[in-house]
Design a protein around this ligand. Structure first.
Ligand SMILES: Cc1cc2nc3c(=O)[nH]c(=O)nc-3n(C[C@H](O)[C@H](O)[C@H](O)COP(=O)(O)OP(=O)(O)OC[C@H]3O[C@@H](n4cnc5c(N)ncnc54)[C@H](O)[C@@H]3O)c2cc1C
Length: 301
């Protein structure tokens, strides 16, 4: 195992945590410790932290809500940078200016309170605005791409720039941040439409009920495990292969929704990864389709 990083005196002014259990910071509740955990409360603080981390050559992993992440049992070497402390939200003239750390359900609720429509689809996606931009999160036929106007980002040198919609490379569960760029998303400008508060609230309730009926929300997971293969559904293929309930250790293909791998007790990241590989193998054998994981792997396995 690689050597652990220890916070230097310079970094200690930010009161970092050490050996941060990533199982407590991810919705699937597995994964080993991050050497150092940093929780910036402002963009200025984030820039200062990045400067020190760069000077000291400490690798950085960015964590939003941890709702699409599988962190390896070996944990994260270097610093886990938790963006959840960036929490501003302002609404004016149908535009929402929202920091990356705000949760999508909260942003959707604030839009509804302001009688604005457009974010209802996101009200049940349990991540942050930053993570939703990276993933181009979506549901029920809508996605972030439909409502985003601009995104402010900070590069690893601490420089802030604004990127327009066309620069974000948003496509199905993907963006330029998924592969090519390692900027940190600071905030997003979201365009919403005039609506009726009660109608918007009602729509969100309806979508929440739909989720409760179809998804295993009572068990830890990272949401849909696989991307949609073409026009088909990963859940359908997995179900037809008879894989509901399939387990590796405590990782299990949900009985309720075959597209979800759930943690049925004390699953390790290795259990989850092995189950994912097994499902891929069986679906490929049955249908000749290789399912691609939607969840992101992070750290050492
Ligand atoms: C029960 C459940 C239901 C779900 N339903 C849906 C759904 O309907 N639709 C959908 O699209 N997804 C769904 N998801 C998956 C997940 O919620 C989304 O992918 C979400 O957008 C991830 O956001 P996050 O903040 O949790 O990101 P994380 O999981 O923390 O991170 C995801 C990726 O983004 C990067 N990242 C996070 N924040 C930043 C930032 N500020 N700057 C740069 N990089 C960053 C991370 O490094 C990582 O690569 C669901 C998950 C669960 C558990």
């Amino acid at each position: 195992m690689e050597e652990k990083y220890i916070p230097s005196e310079k970094l200690r002014i930010f009161e970092p945590l050490t050996d941060v259990p990533m199982s407590s910071y991810t919705t699937i509740h597995c994964g080993g410790p991050a050497d150092i955990g940093l929780f910036p409360k402002s963009e200025d603080e984030l820039a200062l932290m990045l400067g020190i981390l760069r000077d000291e050559d400490i690798p950085v992993s960015v964590i939003g809500g941890g709702s699409n992440l599988l962190v390896g049992d070996g944990g994260i070497r270097g610093a886990a940078l938790f963006i959840g402390g960036l929490r501003e939200l302002k609404i004016r003239d149908g535009l929402m200016n929202v920091s990356a750390g705000v949760s999508l359900p909260k942003a959707a609720r604030m839009a509804a309170e302001a009688s604005l429509t457009g974010l209802e689809f996101a009200s049940g996606i349990p991540g942050t605005v930053g993570g939703a931009v990276v993933m181009n999160a979506g549901a029920y036929g809508r996605e972030m791409k439909d409502i985003l106007q601009k995104v402010r980002v900070m590069d690893r040198m601490g420089n802030i720039t604004t990127m327009g919609l066309e620069e974000l490379g948003l496509s199905y569960r993907s963006s330029v941040f998924s592969e090519d760029r390692d900027d940190i998303i600071l905030s997003a400008l979201i365009k919403l439409d005039e609506g009726n508060r009660d109608t918007v609230m009602e729509k969100m309730k309806e979508l929440a009920a739909k989720r409760r009926d179809t998804q295993p929300l009572d068990m830890p997971s990272a949401g849909s495990t696989f991307k949609r293969p073409g026009n088909d559904s990963a859940a359908r293929l997995i179900d037809v292969c008879g894989l509901k309930g399939l387990r590796v250790g405590d990782a299990m293909v949900s009985e309720k929704h075959a597209g979800f791998v759930v943690n049925a007790g004390s699953a390790t990241a290795r259990d989850v990864r092995e189950l994912i590989a097994l499902v891929q193998e069986k679906v490929e054998a049955g249908f000749g389709v290789r399912l691609e994981p939607e969840i992101k792997y992070m750290g050492s396995f």
